[in-house]
Structure formats: C-alpha cells, structure tokens
Design a protein around this ligand. Structure first.
Ligand code: SF4
Ligand code: SF4
Length: 446
C-alpha cells in the first residue's frame, strides 16, 4: 500500500481518497462507513429531466399545514447539546461531542490517518479563528455567548451576531436617522444583492417576512467574558424572539463550502471548510445588516438563530428541500451554509423555484444509504405512511422527509468528529470554478 503523506491539506484531491486501502485506515476511528461512501455523480442529477418551474409562494410548491406550530430553537439537536454542556439538558454521554481530545498532540499523526493530522486540525482552527474571536459561540445561539456587563448593568455581547449596543457607542448597530429612499423595490433589491455579493455572499435571494418561520423562543445563555460565569437563569435560558421592529423582507444569503475539501470527508479538512462557511455567515450578514442600518432601515442579521433558514431560502428562490433535509441549490447542491437578514426595507421578492429535487430524491436515496447513523429516511415518498417525525427535533407541519438529527449527532459523538457523508454523497454536488463563481457573483438576480 502506498504510504500516505502527512499534510494532505496541500493536495487534498480526490485521487488521494479514491484509493479505498487508504480510506480504510480511517476504520481505526470506527468510521467503517467510509467504505460505503458515495462519490459525486452529478450526471445522475442531470438525468431527472425536470425543468425549472417557478411558483408564487412556498405554499404552492410544498404542502404546509396552515396550523403549523412555530418551532422552538431549543429543539434543534445542536442546541440540546449546547445546553447539555452547561448542565441544563441532560444527555447520555455518547451524545457529547468533544473534539478537543483529538486535537494537537493527540491527533492521529502517528497512525497516519489522512486528513486528521495536526496539520489538518491546524487548518480547521485557522478557519475558525475569526468566528471564534468575534462571535464567541457558533451561530446556533445568536448573540448568546461571551458578554461584558456595562456600568448600567446591561449586557454587551461580544458576538458579531449582536443586534444592539446598550452603551450607544457602536456605529454598526445604529440605524441612520436619514433614510435613503430608493425609486422602486426593484432598485432597492438590486442594491442589496450587489452589496451582499460584494461582501462575499455566493447566492442572495429575497423572501417576504413571515412570522411562521421565526422560532417561537430562542436559547439565550450569555456568559461573562472575564469569568465565564453564566448571566442567565439556569432554569429558563429561553426568551421570546423579538426583532424590535416589524420586518417586511428577509434577505437570504448562501455561502459555498469548498468542493475539494468536502471530498475528504470525514476529516478536519471538511470541518475547516464548514467553519469557513460559519465565518462567512457572521461576517457577511453583519455587513449586510450594517449596510441596511446605514441606509436608515432596521436590520436583524442571523445565522442559525432567530428562525428557520431552509423555508426562507426556498421562498427566496435559492433552492429546494431534499431527502436529507438540507437545502439543495442548483449551483452547489447541498454544500452551502445559510444566513439571513430581516429588515423593514421593502424589497422585490424572488419566487420559489423547483428543478426536480423532490422527484429525484424519491428514487436516489444515496444519502440515506451512506448515512452511518441510519438517521436519514429511506421511505420513498414524503406522503408514505412510515414517514413520521422522529423526535422533538423535527419541525412538523411541512411536507418533507423526517430525519433524526439526534441520531446524527449521537454518531458524531461516538465517532469523535463531524460527519458530512450525506452531503458528500449527494448527486447535486458540482464543482464550480472560481471564474464561474465570479460570473455568478455579477448576476444580482440571485
Ligand atoms: S452527517 Fe449525520 S445525517 Fe449526514 S450522513 Fe453523517 S450521520 Fe448521517
Ligand atoms: S438529498 Fe439524498 S436522495 Fe436527494 S439527491 Fe441528494 S443524495 Fe439523493
């Protein structure tokens, strides 16, 4: 067997990993599923023959229960884990996902496991450096995280997801008193999309604001910057979602996660690409929010907090829902992260579009086959009787496949690192060259 070089980050091409003997080394970490890994078969997806179809609203595209209950942010599998880490929600030990033990000296340099060496972990840490230093917590928790208590007792969040500054010193959170008037909603949308793309978004779409996609309550657990001491009521770390203004539009932003890096799944290199996505979310949405505030409009920028992103992205015409539950975009498949900016600026809305994902997913099932946790539904149609919610982490009332996020995270915990097998296996992945991306960036239609 060919000896594996360390430092694959500098040459993480598919060829390195198409060799199954190399990949099997990863079994040392119990990741037998690597044998089962699907490769990128974009041609499959092209074979659907489904053309692009436009709808007026998401309700014309997917069946949505008119009595649908708003989802609680605490019910996401990730937030259950975060609240477990501060002693609020008890979870069994196998759900605890602590990657620290794999880092630095304990990473697998000696075992020659590709893509999980100290070099690869350093790549991931570098990717997370900006987000870690400026956000204090992943975007699952919005402006929670590390805070400083001001003299007047109010809390100033260190997170770039913060929405205001009680001290009144911060320019970025102030709404300009002078309002810029656009001559039409169309012009306003053009300007916002241009700005978002200039700031680094790969895709931008605009949806009308709808209360039903906001979380019912959000998780709020700020901790003191200096001492780490909680600044919240341990018994009740939840608060109602309050944007502080009445939004009219939601700007939905998507960021591609690196194609070549994702081919190395599961690895610290995938985690680096994912983390870059998280960094783009906070940096880009913060900039778009600041741009709107400086135009004299209210804006609330958010990552995975505040409300559900996938239905907003569908309504904004960025893609379709899929078997694995992620948004599938025409441009990058499921390999995107999402952020959104709620604003009271009136904008021209995009229309939801279908390009045959639902029909293709009925036959494909590749993500379900490769999932090592058995977390992805294998039932053919969303209307099949066996397609039932798995647990409270499923938002219900929407016509979709129900997947088990708790099982997925459980696997991550057991495995000691993130998994992206479903994303990598998906037939809708495609490589987009830098030139193509730049061309797309100049297209402000989203
Ligand atoms: S990320 Fe989760 S759902 Fe996707 S393949 Fe891995 S365990 Fe399954
Ligand atoms: S989401 Fe799953 S079923 Fe749908 S195309 Fe991708 S791999 Fe296939």
């Amino acid at each position: 067997m060919q000896k594996i070089d360390h430092g694959l980050i500098f040459s993480y091409t598919l060829e390195k990993y198409e060799n199954y003997d190399q990949m099997k080394i990863l079994k040392k970490r119990g990741r037998e599923f690597m044998d089962n890994r699907g490769f990128w078969e974009t041609e499959d997806a092209k074979a659907t023959g489904a053309g692009l179809k436009e709808y007026d609203t998401i309700d014309c595209m997917m069946k949505i229960d008119s009595h649908m209950k708003k989802f609680d942010m605490v019910d996401t599998a990730f937030n259950k884990r975060i609240l477990n880490s501060v002693g609020i929600i008890p979870l069994p030990p196998e759900h605890i996902f602590n990657r620290n033990e794999l880092e630095d000296s304990k990473c697998d340099v000696e075992n020659e496991s590709p893509a999980i060496t100290q070099l690869d972990y350093a790549l991931e840490e570098g990717a997370g450096a900006v987000e870690g230093a400026t956000t204090s917590s992943r975007s699952t928790s919005g402006d929670s995280g590390l805070v400083i208590q001001l003299e007047n007792g109010e809390l100033f969040s260190m997170s770039l997801y913060r929405q205001n500054d009680p001290s009144g010193n911060e320019l970025t959170s102030k709404v300009s008193e002078r309002k810029y008037e656009f001559d039409s909603k169309k012009t306003a949308s053009y300007a916002v999309k241009k700005a978002a793309k200039l700031y680094g978004a790969d895709l931008v779409g605009i949806a009308p604001f709808e209360e039903r996609w906001l979380y019912n309550t959000e998780v709020y657990f700020p901790r003191d910057f200096y001492t780490g001491k909680p600044f919240f009521d341990l018994a009740n770390p939840f608060r109602p979602v309050d944007l502080g203004f009445q939004p009219k539009s939601v700007i939905v932003l998507a960021y591609e996660m690196d194609y070549e890096a994702y081919k190395t799944q599961s690895s610290a290199i995938v985690a680096a690409a994912t983390t870059m996505g998280y960094t783009s979310m906070v940096e880009n949405s913060f900039r778009v929010g600041t741009f709107l505030r400086k135009l004299g409009y209210h804006a609330h920028h958010a990552g995975n907090d505040t409300g559900l992103s996938v239905p907003l992205a569908i309504q904004a015409g960025l893609g379709e829902s899929s078997r694995m539950g992620l948004l599938i975009t025409e441009e990058f498949g499921p390999r995107v992260r999402l952020a959104k900016v709620y604003t009271d600026l009136e904008l021209e809305f995009d229309k939801p579009k279908s390009f045959g994902v639902k029909e293709f997913c009925q036959a494909c099932k590749k993500c379900a086959r490769v999932c090592p946790a058995g977390a992805i539904s294998k039932v053919t149609k969303t209307t099949d009787e066996e397609n039932k919610p798995c647990n409270s982490s499923n938002a219900i009332g929407v016509d979709k496949w129900y997947n088990d996020g708790v099982k997925c995270l459980h696997f991550w915990g057991e495995n000691g690192m993130e998994c992206a097998a479903c994303i990598v296996a998906c037939s809708y992945n495609k490589a987009v060259s830098k030139v193509e991306k730049q061309t797309k960036s100049s297209n402000v239609s989203g």
